[in-house]
Design a protein around this ligand. Sequence first.
Ligand SMILES: NC(=O)c1ccc[n+]([C@@H]2O[C@H](COP(=O)([O-])OP(=O)(O)OC[C@H]3O[C@@H](n4cnc5c(N)ncnc54)[C@H](OP(=O)(O)O)[C@@H]3O)[C@@H](O)[C@H]2O)c1
Length: 467
Amino acid sequence: MATSQIGLIGLGTMGAALASNIAEKGFPIAVWNRTTQVTRDFHAASGDLADRITPTETLKAFVDAIAEPRAIILMVPAGKPVDDQITALRPLLGANDLIIDAGNANFHDTNRRSAEAGDLPFMGIGVSGGEEGARHGPAIMGGGKRAHWDRVAPVLEAISAKHNGEPCAAWMGEEGAGHFVKAVHNGIEYADMQMIAEVYQIMRDGMGQNSETIASVFDWWNDGVLQSYLIEISGKVAAAKDAETGKPLLDVIVDAAGQKGTGRWTVIEAQQLAAPIPCIEAAVVARNLSSRRDERAVGQDLFGAAPTTMGDTAPSEAELEHALICGKILCYAQGFTMIAAASREFGWDLDLPTIARTWRQGCIIRSRMLDDMATALAESDDRNLMFAPFFTNLIKNSHDALRQVVAKATLHGIAVPALASGLAYFDAMRTARGSADMIQGQRDFFGLHGFERFDGRTGQHGPWAAT
Ligand SMILES: NC(=O)c1ccc[n+]([C@@H]2O[C@H](COP(=O)([O-])OP(=O)(O)OC[C@H]3O[C@@H](n4cnc5c(N)ncnc54)[C@H](OP(=O)(O)O)[C@@H]3O)[C@@H](O)[C@H]2O)c1
């Protein structure tokens, strides 16, 4: 009998957590997994929630268990598995049944799948917050037709994280808009993490601080402007000890960071949109460089280790805090201007304040500052966040610290690419006359591309054009 209000396919880390969350919020749910034993184990381990969960062993039984018009969430790896699953499901579904891809799809794939679906309901939603978020309240970024979002909004809002009682789940826009916003979220996440890691290295190598001290500094910062999930967990990571050796955990973790591609997609898309996101680009580059451990070892043998110890010239912890505050604002300013650029390019009419509000809880980049960003974007969403008075003031109070920290780290051979990119972005954005006059002169010299003069005349050439 079709007793389930919704269905979910893919009981891996995220799917199992999401299904339990849905059941816990009172919605009967049918589940199906490619490997049947996983479904059985999941149901057996569901405790009090088992009554609301219908485990199924065939796709047909799964579909039959869901009340019409059906809504089915896919939580399988992005790419071919999603296409395969849609192909397997469609013949079993009615014309009003809605498929929701809740994995980390590339938004171009979601655009394509939306087009392929035609009139058949399909949505792509971004879900952030990892397993813990999926289980107890993720941030949800919806993409697709508004009417389809409205059909499932009661479930998605109920399971989402809440900020002062407001659900962190919202419809972003048509087609792949939800997955696009999720990708930029992940790009910002990369940059936020990278800047924290850079400051950690300054404390570790430049200032000779041990992990306990570093943990306490992060804990202290988490009570201030920087309050955020990422600062909080950085303190916990720094404080953790390795159970086997008793050493600080950070001293046994290999310094090579992995990635699943969403940061890279953000950077590629930013280039297509001509949207400057240098902090995010630097963070993606830094992850790629981090995995070149052998080459880095060769480099150290060849050139010698950098003289990282800063001694008396070390920045204060307050200076580091302000550098992070400034870098963080600049990074988010870049992310939001990229979203605005995509909104114009794709005709999505994305609502920036809603996006900031959706990110305030549940997701990895949740932070106190996002609340202020939501307020600033609500005042005016077509200006760079740097120019919102609240953030202008914060930047005025912190950009000198960012400069000091970048300069000191650079002088001591500590690579701080994300912070330095933030500083370069800031300097470029506060310089009315830049250096591109030289670029235009060069382009005209070798290619007669022409330039615009300050007196407004366009298509002008230098003296070389006459020869
Ligand atoms: N982990 C996170 O923190 C996180 C956060 C946000 C979004 N996401 C996204 O959520 C999605 C799921 O991630 P996850 O971490 O839950 O993955 P996971 O733990 O590896 O689980 C993958 C699930 O998909 C199923 N699956 C794999 N290949 C399949 C195929 N070809 N056809 C049908 N089912 C298939 C697996 O079934 P079997 O049991 O048969 O292998 C399993 O149930 C991904 O798109 C991921 O990027 C993950």
